[in-house]
Design a protein. Structure first.
Length: 292
């Protein structure tokens, strides 16, 4: 399952959904949480359920962001949307892996009720939205069976700790949020799941988004959240390895495959060892290329 670009779509807007399916995102996240007013949440559930009923071929994964466990709405959300066609659920405001295990139990029962294969519905967790969550990021390793990725968020965390802003004067994240971002990245690596960077709020600033994505990919993130359809092309481009990088990664992987007992390999006068092999495999995985 590719998690390079995940586009949020309000769960109660068929118009925005119709636009979103055309932009090339790897996944659409139909939102039942923050993008939907409390008075519209029940309507949004059934709208998303109706969209899931369309079993036509699609080139993207169908995700739903449910409401957090402490709202009392989680089971109603899951009961409406766990049905054939659902690929994954985004869990907001999780406090740690125990919350994911609990939701996994709900999914076990609901998948069986819907006639779906066990484990069909994967999970991406917004892992840094509460103060408790920051102390529990290590609990995601080893990963619960359904866990596909971890992402992070700053707005809810800022509200929870009483921050008046989350950015410096130059637009960079302030220190507490740099910590949250880094810890999410480390937690995803420890759990061996996809690290997905948070949204870039200014959807008109494509140059800023591209620069931010380049830094994100450099640091180790493999995908990003989009909040506007116009952001998807930039995210896809920035998180897709260039042809030259793919060719080099293929050469590294092939060289180690040809010498399975070697710890180091020389290619074009340069030495490569096991960390280089691991990175090469990540590059090939990013373009869905099979490996020896």
């Amino acid at each position: 399952m590719r998690l390079r670009s995940l586009l949020f779509v309000p769960g109660d807007s068929e118009r925005k959904f119709a636009k979103a399916v055309t932009v090339g995102a790897d996944g659409l996240i139909l939102d039942l949480e923050d993008a939907v007013a409390p008075s519209r949440k029940a309507d949004a559930r059934w709208m998303v359920r109706d969209l899931l009923a369309d079993q036509g071929a699609r080139a993207w994964n169908f995700w739903v962001r449910i409401n957090a466990l402490d709202t009392g709405l989680t089971l109603d959300d899951l009961g409406a949307v766990v049905r054939p066609g659902l690929d994954g659920v985004m869990v907001p405001k999780a406090n740690g892996a125990a919350d994911i295990v609990r939701i996994g139990h709900y999914l076990d029962a609901l998948e069986a009720q819907a006639g779906m294969a066990a484990g069909t519905v994967k999970l991406v967790v917004v892992s840094t939205e509460t103060p408790r969550a920051m102390f529990n990021l290590g609990t995601y390793a080893p990963a619960p069976p359904r866990l596909a990725g971890l992402t992070w968020g700053a707005e809810d965390l800022g509200a929870a700790i009483g921050a008046t802003a989350n950015k410096e004067a130059d637009g960079e994240w302030s220190f507490p949020y740099r910590v949250a971002r880094s810890m999410c990245l480390f937690a995803a690596a420890a759990a061996d799941v996809a690290p997905i960077d948070t949204l870039y709020a200014d959807f008109r600033d494509m140059e800023g988004l591209a620069a931010s994505c380049r830094i994100s990919r450099r640091d180790g993130f493999t995908g990003r959240i989009a909040i506007h359809p116009d952001q998807v092309e930039t995210i896809n481009r920035c998180f897709t390895p260039a042809p030259g990088d793919v060719a080099h990664a293929r050469a590294v992987v092939d060289a180690f495959a040809a010498a399975p007992d070697a710890g180091t390999i020389g290619i074009d006068g340069k030495m490569y060892d096991i960390p280089h092999l691991k990175q090469a495999r990540r590059v090939l995985a990013a373009v869905n290329e099979s490996q020896p």
